[in-house]
Structure formats: C-alpha cells, structure tokens
Write a protein that binds this ligand. Structure first.
Ligand code: PAF
Length: 271
C-alpha cells in the first residue's frame, strides 16, 4: 500500500494505471468502510482510499473537533486489506485550487439533514467534487446509510456530466442492529443499547406501517423514541427511495429516515 499526502505525487502514480476505484472516508474505519473496500476490490481496478475529516461539512466546530480520529489504527487495517493507495491530504491539498466544475446542489439538499445541518451538503459536495477532479476515479463506492448524501452526489455527477460511476453499497449493521458509523465509537454501552432499541422499534414500526398507513403518527413516534432514551429528534420522515418524494401510500418503496441525538451524539439511519 502506497501512502500519499500530496496530490501531485498521487496523480503521477495513478494516472499511469487503468483507472481507479475510489472509497472516500473520514477515517475512524469500521465494518461499513471495510465492506465498501471489499466491493471496490472486486472491480479489478486499483483501489484508492482517502482519509480526510472535511471541516467544511461540519456545521458545529465542537462536532468537528470531537469527530473520531484514529489514523494509525486505520492505516493498519488498510494494509491488512491490501488496498493499493491511501491518500491522506492536508487542507490545502484539497482546498488550495479552483475546481473546473461547479457544485450542483439538488433541491433535496434542503430537506432532512440539510434542514438541520446548515451547509453540510454544500461541504460534502464541495469536497467530493474536488476529490473527483484530483483522482478522476472510474468508480466511487458509497454506503446507503447516508442515503441523502448518496442521492445528492449522484445528482451532481449526472448534472455535471462527470464520467464516474457511483456504486451504491448496502448499509452494514452491528449485531445489535445499529448501522455502522464512526460516531458509534463515541457511544457508551448504555447509549449503544438505546440506539439498538430505537433501531428495532423503527424496523417493527415500518412493517406495521406497510400494513396500516394510518399508524404513521409523527408525534406519537417521537414520544416513543424519547421514552426509549433519545434526547432529541431532528426528523423522522418516510420518503420514497427512488423519487425522493414523501411516500403517500404503503405500496411505494419507502424508508423511514431518522436523525436523533443521544446526549450530544447525533445518529442517522434509514430503515
Ligand atoms: O461519508 C463520508 O464519510 C463523507 O461525507 C465523505 C463522502 C467522505 C466526504 O467527506
């Protein structure tokens, strides 16, 4: 595994190859990332992983500061996975140039997480657009846990006619049901139990809603989540996962999208 901290050295190396499969991360690697990397390795191109905690996608400084960082452990794991390249850029390597393409921000960016984390998706698309210009990857692997992010990146790529394919990968869950996330490492044992109970409550609820749509009563569900131990709920909404419009009938393919806090730790999922 070759490690690069500078984009020019990285480009010299990767532009000689047949193409790159790219797995962008903010580090704090977990089973979800490992599954993305394993998918990428099936594609017969060289796999490049990046680790960059992008300050522009955090709407609170305290959240940026407390975001889990574990680069030495991450490097060990990536070596074991035998990826080809690891890119760990500094801020200026990413933000010290003007990208050729402008970011396209679909209006869906104003919903769900976009409503509660001002500037978050602008920050995500800004960094992803820059990574694409630096790496020119043939494929990018992204998880469905961050479904809204996945959708918005796809819309940007389509609108800006970028020749990169997005490979959507399924959400990986812990044995207790909760979606793998770097932020889980900030949860105590008791808080993990709360998150697990919330997952089982919501997956049971989805099954019930599929049979009887009238059960979708936001206020009641919100109260139940608080009883289960959530500190605050940002949103709980049912969206059609193809059209990204609110689902109006149980026949549609919908997911329950949720963002909630346990103390000051914000968790998202779609079930
Ligand atoms: O999903 C993430 O970890 C980040 O949002 C991404 C795509 C690496 C951009 O910083």
């Amino acid at each position: 595994m070759k490690i690069f901290k500078n984009k020019h050295n990285l480009q010299k190396e990767i532009f000689e190859t047949k193409g790159i499969s790219f797995v962008p991360t903010m580090g704090g690697l977990h089973k979800g990332h490992i599954s993305l990397i394993k998918q990428s390795k099936k594609f017969k191109l060289k796999t490049l992983v990046s680790i960059f905690v992008n300050p522009k996608q955090f709407n609170k400084k305290s959240d940026y500061r407390s975001y889990p960082r574990n680069t030495n452990e991450d490097i060990k794991q990536l070596k074991k996975l035998k990826i080809n390249y690891l890119y760990i850029p500094k801020y200026n390597d990413i933000y010290g140039f003007k990208p050729k393409k402008r970011v396209f921000l679909d209006k869906f960016s104003k919903k769900l997480c976009g409503k509660f984390r001002k500037g978050h998706f602008e920050g995500v698309l800004n960094v992803v657009n820059r990574f694409i210009e630096i790496i020119k990857p043939r494929n990018i692997f992204l998880g469905k846990k961050d479904y809204q992010q996945l959708y918005l990146i796809k819309q940007h790529i389509k609108k800006r006619k970028i020749e990169t394919r997005i490979i959507e990968c399924k959400t990986i869950r812990e044995n207790n049901g909760i979606a793998c996330s770097s932020r889980n490492s900030n949860l105590t044992k008791n808080q993990l139990k709360i998150a697990s109970n919330i997952f089982y409550y919501l997956s049971g609820l989805k099954k019930k809603i599929k049979k009887n749509y009238n059960l979708f009563n936001f206020n009641k569900i919100k109260k139940d989540l608080i009883k289960l131990g959530a500190t605050k709920i940002d949103y709980l909404e049912n969206y059609n996962i193809k059209s990204f419009k609110k689902a109006k009938s149980p026949k549609e393919k919908f997911n329950l999208f949720v963002a909630y806090y346990i103390k000051n730790i914000r968790l998202i999922d779609n079930i």
